[in-house]
Design a protein around this ligand. Structure first.
Ligand code: ADP
Ligand code: NA
Length: 332
């Protein structure tokens, strides 16, 4: 009943990280090559759930779009646009706010992590974020959402919202969207604290590799990455209970298109003094062509805006009729 269609997004809440690339963009490009209709969004309305300096937000919107383009998202084949330019997202999100239950939001682990002990002081938008995310996805009747592990629970909530909407109104209007999570390096961890994911909005710049970091910075950050003192194990089982070691091996595997097995086969018993520089060289090798192209694109923000406007028009061609039908179903 529903044609396969992919939707995914990235928040312009800072510069792109290696986590965004390995966990999201790299996979999106592969899916585009497989020929599935794909819609990719710079989700600026999600970014402002926490305070963003307006000039920084605009710059990050351009950087995230440039990162997708430079990595191989082709605006002629995929739809690439900026969320706030398609008003149907917030219109559908309101309807979903009225479908979703408070108890569902209370179970979102990402909210608990982000709000911490401060849950009373964060924005209402941060709390309702998963409802807007459900609208982003269901506005396009997307059947598949490639996301990192960290977003899996939000895609499950999207299914709950679709199911409750369909049930409450006696329709089969919204699809049951599947999360697509696979491959090594899908959850890239923080280089200073292996229990946290690498994030563009994390506290310290040393904990993440930014897509625009130069070769020296990348080398320095991997060199300073926290690890235990033991050398690399003789087999992948030896990475159990060694989150920092596992993270660096996973990053290597993902960048090289290999697996934990292939990395361990090459580096069994190696010390960090050998492995970290090899990892840094590999990262520089893979990221330099992308960051060079990003810088070229970012030198002409008007051209990025033009491409985003083309994507906006194509997105609205799908979104407007879906919203119109939703209003009809609801009686608005
Ligand atoms: P960030 O945490 O960097 O702000 P976003 O919330 O904008 O990232 O997420 C954009 C996409 O990148 C999502 O698909 C998310 O799952 C993925 N992603 C973000 N950080 C990581 C990470 N450390 N490892 C794997 N995937 C990630
Ligand atoms: Na973030």
């Amino acid at each position: 009943q529903f044609t396969p269609r992919i939707f995914s997004g990235i928040k312009p809440s800072g510069g792109l990280t290696l986590g965004n690339y390995l966990g999201a963009i790299k996979r999106w490009v592969e899916m585009q090559e497989e020929g599935t209709q794909s819609i990719y969004c710079v989700v600026d309305l999600h970014a402002i759930t926490v305070w963003q300096d307006p000039a920084d937000l605009r710059a990050a919107t351009h950087e995230v779009a440039a990162g997708m383009l430079a990595s191989g998202i082709d605006p002629a084949r995929s739809i690439l646009f900026n969320q706030s330019q398609v008003p149907e997202h917030t219109q559908l999100a309101w309807i979903f706010n009225c479908v979703a239950r408070v108890g569902w939001m209370n179970r979102m682990t990402q909210f608990k992590e982000k709000a911490g002990a401060n849950a009373e002081k964060v924005s209402l938008g941060l709390y309702a974020y998963p409802s807007l995310m459900a609208a982003d996805i269901l506005l396009y009747h997307a059947t598949h959402v490639p996301v990192g592990e960290d977003q899996k629970q939000h895609v499950e909530l999207t299914r709950d919202i679709a199911a409750k909407f369909n049930h409450d109104y006696g329709v089969e209007f919204f699809p049951m969207t599947e999360p697509v999570i696979e491959g090594p390096g899908m959850r890239v961890m923080n280089l200073r604290d292996g229990s946290k994911k690498m994030s563009k909005s994390g506290e310290s710049d040393m904990e993440r590799i930014n897509m625009l970091d130069d070769a020296d910075t990348i080398s320095k950050k991997f060199k300073k990455a926290r690890t235990d003192p033991a050398p690399l194990p003789e087999s992948p089982e030896g990475l159990k209970d060694r989150p920092e070691a596992k993270n660096l091996v996973d990053i290597y595997a993902s960048l090289s298109g290999g697996t934990q097995e292939s990395v361990i086969a090459e580096y069994a018993g190696a010390g960090w003094g050998q492995f970290k520089p090899a990892l840094a060289d590999l990262a520089v090798d893979k990221l330099a062509p992308i960051s060079d192209e990003m810088r070229r694109l970012m030198a002409d923000p008007a051209e990025i805006d033009r491409l985003l406007a083309v994507g906006r028009d194509r997105a609205r061609e799908i979104a407007a009729p879906v919203l119109e039908r939703t209003y009809e179903i609801v009686g608005l």
